[in-house]
Design a protein around this ligand. Structure first.
Ligand SMILES: Nc1ncnc2c1ncn2[C@@H]1O[C@H](COP(=O)(O)OP(=O)(O)OP(=O)(O)O)[C@@H](O)[C@H]1O
Ligand SMILES: O=C(O)c1ccc[n+]([C@@H]2O[C@H](COP(=O)([O-])O)[C@@H](O)[C@H]2O)c1
Length: 216
């Protein structure tokens, strides 16, 4: 069977149960040879990350370790000095794995809704598939998407087995995911001195407290 890598890119500032649920869902659906987490370096659509790459990676290691989900880290984005674009990351992963590997880039519905704002977004499909997890508050129906994204989806929407058997170009929508958690919500709670116990793993919360993160 084709070698398959699932990639989860993100700011993870901090990692939370929504990220772990998205990765777990696709790990179960795809049974990939590798689940790879790509922490963002300087995500150009965000105004600035609150914690260092080292802290974010330490929290990722704790959260995925606790979930019993083995992940590999891909550090290319944190090592880039310029703003980071997924198209560059996918080009590198494709060059590393060769033309036949199945590469599946995972994202939540919020990112699908604005995919047409990403750098060279149509070219993403030349290098990878996209696996989308639903997210409360973001509608995956065609009508709720920008017309160009809906059009691509129409052409590319596939069953999960097609993502395993082809190298790139398909989209799979996992509509059953419904985890109403965001990193913004967690940062806001922490700034208010609240403990977001139900949103984040206890080991990550311990790490945040020990390192006095997200105080302001
Ligand atoms: N609750 C969730 N359900 C499904 N996907 C999610 C969820 N939270 C984040 N994701 C996805 O995980 C990836 C990384 O997300 P990110 O690190 O930006 O988290 P976030 O909670 O969206 O952060 P922020 O609130 O800071 O914008 C993105 O593709 C995002 O859509
Ligand atoms: O390449 C782009 O233009 C682009 C625009 C927005 C988001 N992304 C990627 O999408 C992933 C999730 O982003 P975020 O901001 O939700 O953490 C992360 O890997 C980002 O690099 C990529």
């Amino acid at each position: 069977m084709t070698f398959c890598v699932a990639l989860l890119g993100g700011s993870f500032d901090p990692v939370h149960h929504g990220h772990v649920a998205l990765a777990t869902l696709f790990a179960n659906l795809l049974n990939p040879d590798q689940l790879r987490v790509v922490p963002a370096g300087s995500p150009w659509q965000k105004s600035g990350l609150k914690t260092s790459a080292e802290d974010r990676m330490a929290m990722l290691g704790l959260a995925f370790g606790e979930a019993g989900l083995p992940v590999a880290f891909d550090l290319q984005e944190v090592e880039r000095t310029a703003p980071t674009y997924t198209i560059d990351t996918l080009r590198n992963v494709r060059a590393e794995l060769g033309p036949d590997a199945s590469i599946v880039f995972l994202m939540g519905a919020d990112q699908l809704q604005q995919l047409d704002s990403w750098r060279d977004w149509r070219q993403l499909f030349d290098y990878a598939h996209i696996g989308v997890g639903a997210r409360p508050g973001f509608d995956l129906a065609n009508a709720a998407l920008p017309a160009a994204v809906a059009e691509e989806l129409e052409k590319r929407r596939s069953g999960i087995e097609q993502l395993r058997s082809a190298p790139s170009g398909k989209v799979y929508l996992a509509e059953a995911l419904a985890v109403d958690i965001s990193a913004t919500q967690i940062r806001t709670a922490l700034q208010r001195g609240e403990m977001p116990n139900s949103l984040i793993s206890p080991v990550v919360l311990d790490y945040i407290q020990q390192h006095k993160l997200y105080k302001r």
